[in-house]
Design a protein around this ligand. Structure first.
Ligand code: URA
Ligand code: SF4
Length: 210
């Protein structure tokens, strides 16, 4: 069922990162706030030259209120390090700010956000990017790319390329680190990991070219 709401109704009157972050806690733009602990807003320096967009917070992010602190975040940290990028210099955020999940025994299993939820949450992302105006915007996975381009995209069509999007002139798409967490065979994992690191190296080169 599509919901009519949008985060646009919850934006603060003063648009800066601290006020946005605070206002997101009160967002009722879609139904996802109901089962989540808190909104997980973007994090990083306001002067960051690169912004990375993920899908949505996971279980640990929901608990701590910080993006990319769980298993996918740890893998991302490692790939960033291997590509020579310093996480502390980057701004990390998500296409959707509340954790969507379903119970599976004692665990909370991640569920993919629906198109209407991605759309409803986009005003936060738009506001973050309007303030940050990064030189490079990196979409981690298809949900992020769909949010950023404002239309459905296929990873294989856009991966590893820079192109203009409505949210940044230099927009780059790569895989989501959680896609690697699902790979069971070691060779496949190593191949995909090196591919992710190569993609992040392209981002670093682009940043250094400015
Ligand atoms: N996966 C995401 O897409 N974002 C996070 O913050 C954590 C895991
Ligand atoms: Fe608002 Fe986004 Fe949370 Fe939905 S997921 S309630 S739009 S912050």
């Amino acid at each position: 069922m599509a919901e009519a709401g949008s985060a646009a109704d919850f934006l603060p009157s003063q648009i800066d990162l601290p006020h946005l972050r605070e206002a997101a806690q009160g967002c009722r733009g879609c139904a996802l706030y109901r089962n989540a602990t808190q909104a997980v807003f973007g994090e990083g320096p306001a002067t960051a030259r690169a912004v990375l967009v993920g899908e949505q917070p996971g279980d640990q992010e929901d608990g701590t209120g910080r993006p990319f602190v769980g298993p996918a975040g740890q893998l991302l940290d490692r790939a960033l390090r291997d590509a020579g990028l310093d996480r502390r210099a980057l701004y990390l955020t998500n296409a959707v700010k509340h954790f969507k999940w379903e119970p599976r025994g004692q665990r909370r299993l991640h569920r993919k956000p629906a198109a209407h939820e991605i759309r409803a949450c986009r005003p936060w992302l738009e506001a973050e990017l309007a303030l940050l105006r990064p030189r490079v915007l990196v979409c981690l996975g298809v949900t992020a790319a769909t949010a950023v381009f404002g239309r459905p995209v296929r990873l294989k069509d856009v991966r590893g390329l820079f192109s203009a999007s409505p949210l940044a002139a230099a927009t780059f798409v790569t895989t989501h680190p959680s896609a690697l967490l699902r790979l069971r065979d070691r060779q496949g994992w190593e191949f995909e990991y090196q591919r992710l690191v190569r993609d992040l190296l392209l981002v670093r080169e682009r940043l250094e070219a400015f």
